[in-house]
Design a binder for this molecule. Structure first.
Ligand SMILES: [Zn+2]
Length: 345
């Protein structure tokens, strides 16, 4: 009898441990075929194929697939986009896109962002994908999500689209988390090869969002020098690391270990958002840094540890740049692997 009782106890604890572990391992992939409809023309590096290859590889990855869920993605409302962007800019995007003929493409008048007939709807869905991912995390369905969307967002400021970006996806998700879920402190990490000038600008005076950006310098858009640290009450809440052309995993991991980690022990974020740009990967078409899959994997482990310590495991990655699809694919899978295994100390 005693043995039976003991046996049952062990059985129950193993079962509950198992189901708990399974829950923790699920990652939401936020993707919609809509994202393929933002047409940037024949020779543009930011094109639909970069996403379709990544999604196909992920769906065929037998090791990861059991741990992935693919929630439905919704379109963001105008009110939600207004959490970050001005009414004038939202009207301008709508007007300029509406003026286009069916198959023609043009540039946004505010900067170097190609637009086509479906671009506004697609951009609003890209924002919505981030918001749906945030909802899935806050409702406890998953602890982390990876948004595979386009167009990217981190160069867009409140009133200006540029650098292939229309709406600043990650900034809108941050404001949405604060407004809807009363999240007090959010870390935004950006490891795209380009400085996320739009995101920095939006939160420059804000002490509730800590912005950490590691990027190549000198390089487009030229901002993001280490002396740009925020202003007013946001002073000290922006941390820029610029790296010379050719820098690689050692510099990347050093910056996360020696600069970001101690800053987060002070800031103690309740949610981590990541602008994941893989144009900082070795061999990219535009970037000239040499990060590898192993470097991104290490970054994901460091962020996972910070998330476990302060943010109840809540992490949401959003794709930014990256112009060699295979590089995005391999690196994304490494990061998702870390999130599914909940790796870290
Ligand atoms: Zn970039």
């Amino acid at each position: 009898m005693k043995f039976l009782f003991l046996g049952m106890t062990i059985f129950f604890s193993i079962t509950s441990l198992f189901s708990e572990t399974l829950n923790e391992k699920k990652v939401a992939i936020m993707y919609s075929d809509q994202f393929l409809l933002h047409n940037t023309g024949k020779n543009h590096p930011e094109r639909a194929e970069r996403l379709s290859i990544v999604v196909n590889n992920l769906k065929n990855n037998n090791l990861l697939s059991p741990y992935l869920i693919w929630p439905t993605v919704r379109e963001a409302s105008k009110q939600e986009i207004k959490l970050v962007h001005t009414q004038d800019y939202i009207d301008l995007v709508e007007k300029e896109v509406n003026l286009l003929q069916k198959n023609s493409i043009s540039y946004l008048s505010t900067g170097d962002t190609v637009i086509s007939k479906k671009s506004n709807k697609v951009a609003r869905t890209a924002v919505g994908a981030g918001l749906s991912g945030a909802d899935a995390i806050m409702k406890g369905e998953v602890s982390s999500a990876f948004v595979l969307s386009r167009p990217p967002g981190h160069h867009a400021s409140a009133s200006k689209g540029m650098g292939f970006c229309i709406y600043n996806n990650i900034a809108i998700v941050a404001r949405y988390l604060q407004k809807k879920y009363d999240i007090k402190r959010i870390l935004i990490v950006d490891f795209d090869v380009h400085h996320g000038n739009g995101t920095q600008d939006i939160f420059y005076n804000d002490d509730s969002i800590f912005y950490f950006d590691i990027h190549q310098h000198p390089f487009y858009p030229q901002s993001g020098r280490p002396n740009e640290t925020g202003s007013g009450k946001g002073k000290g809440f922006t941390l820029n690391i610029d790296l010379p052309r050719g820098a690689g995993d050692i510099e990347l991991i050093n910056a996360f270990t020696n600069k970001l980690k101690p800053a987060m022990d002070k800031f103690q974020p309740e949610f981590i958002l990541v602008s994941a740009g893989f144009d900082s990967h070795q061999g990219d078409l535009l970037g000239q840094l040499n990060f590898t899959d192993v470097g991104y994997e290490n970054v994901a482990i460091i962020l996972n540890n910070i998330a476990k310590k302060y943010a109840s495991d809540r992490e949401l990655y959003i794709l930014e740049g990256g112009y060699v699809a295979e590089n995005i694919s391999k690196s994304t899978e490494k990061i998702i692997g870390v999130l599914t295994k909940n790796m870290g100390d």
